[in-house]
Design a protein around this ligand. Sequence first.
Ligand code: F6P
Length: 521
Amino acid sequence: MALININPTKTTSWKNLQNHFELIKEVQMKTFFQKDNSRKEKFSLNFDEFSIDYSKNRITEETLKYLFELAKESELKDAIDKYFNGDKINETENRAVLHTALRNKNTNEVLVDGNNIMPEIKQTLTKIKGFTKQIVNGELKGYTGKAFTDVVNIGIGGSDLGPRMVVESLHYYKNHLNTHFVSNIDGDHVTEVIKNLNPETTLFVIVSKTFTTQETLTNAETIKKWFLQSASEKDIASNFVAVSTNLEKVKDFGIAENNIFTMWNWVGGRYSLWSAVGLSISLAIGFENFDAFLNGAFKMDEHFKNTSFEENIPVTLALISIWYNNFFDTESEVVIPYTQYLEKLAPFLQQLSMESNGKSVDRNGEKVTYQTGNIIWGNTGTNVQHAFMQLVHQGTKIIPVDFIGFEESLYGNKDHHQKLMANFYAQAEALYAGKTAEEVHLDMKFKGDANKINQLLPFKVFEGNRPSNAILIKKLTPKNLGALIAMYEHKTFVQGVIWNIYSFDQFGVELGKELANKFLT
Ligand code: F6P
């Protein structure tokens, strides 16, 4: 069944939020903390090895009450049930949305058009497992009988960003295989990647749900030509595999039937890293770690599905984000992980959120009269503190931040980790508390700069009252990364439901593709 259509701005809770916004829009978060010394405990959520502190937001208990009412009035519970049950909630493409089934560890059936899809998911996972084992232990070899040393993932968008982000994020867990990614149609990209590779010991994984994407097919053809300079057509069967729904086109490319990993049209590209699209992840870190990654996402799914809205991490984060986007008119959100491993998280989240919710027509086909998808951006701390944080601290815009930190580092360097986490906490505190003119005055006097006070004081003031969430996770493990990604997937889903838009199509990418073909001709 389809999602229920409700214009959020016509709900009672939206009107309550509007009135409430007028009352609290100027209030300092400091006042909220002064009035309630249990605010930090009240505005925090725990799940497995995650703890989320959302107390440094411009919200009160009343704000949350109206936001949760908005979720209820928007029939979010019904939408969540339909999402997990395989209803065709991707109505414009007449498809179910079942990336959650790919990591489902329950024994329940998941039906699409009356067929249980769990057996074929398990079959594919078994194939990924067996293939990974044989490649990693050298049993499966390249066309000249040598074990593989390198893997090249050829794909773009969801067939690149997810696997690339996870492979880089879990680099600590990697085995001897080196993984490379070719995505851009820019020929220099593919040339740079293959120039130092040995075709004999390189496994090429062509990932394309449709197997019609210009970039991926062009790159795959270029690599095939390069490969055939030293190998013959029949050798393609040893060194090339593909992940796709389009089996005919894959076979036409010359890939052996046994080397095809299927995926399904009920998995969207940007949600597909849990499927065989994640083959390069499994190859890079081993199947056990890949499975732990799926498990982490499954745990977050269970949390999302079964927890009341008030205790629900993705629901709460989505609603707070809506509060800023639709009432404070913030427009953008920044995600700052305090680990270098998560450098590719922001580009991944950009596709996840912006391709999903960058829509301006509602589920009735009407132009929306309110803001939808946020602009997502970010990079890693502490690097960003020496780059864009100036604007976040003192610029004219309010930019809500998600800080992501880890209690433990992977190599256990305490000195570095304490400094890293001191910065993680300090940034949130600085945004929240700011620095008043009086404080700047005192500070300058104390530092012996009294003579510069008149000249510099206004520039050194920090208004504060800038919001952030602190997402603290025990350790960067495959399981916790899986849960983190699932958390953002569900946050995106909740926002799309409430904004009454279709989050699972992407017609907005088509026009550019069509015109590029015309220009090419
Ligand atoms: O850019 C649009 C898009 O369809 C994405 O949604 C998708 O992830 C990407 O292109 C790649 O598509 P495919 O996996 O079919 O090559």
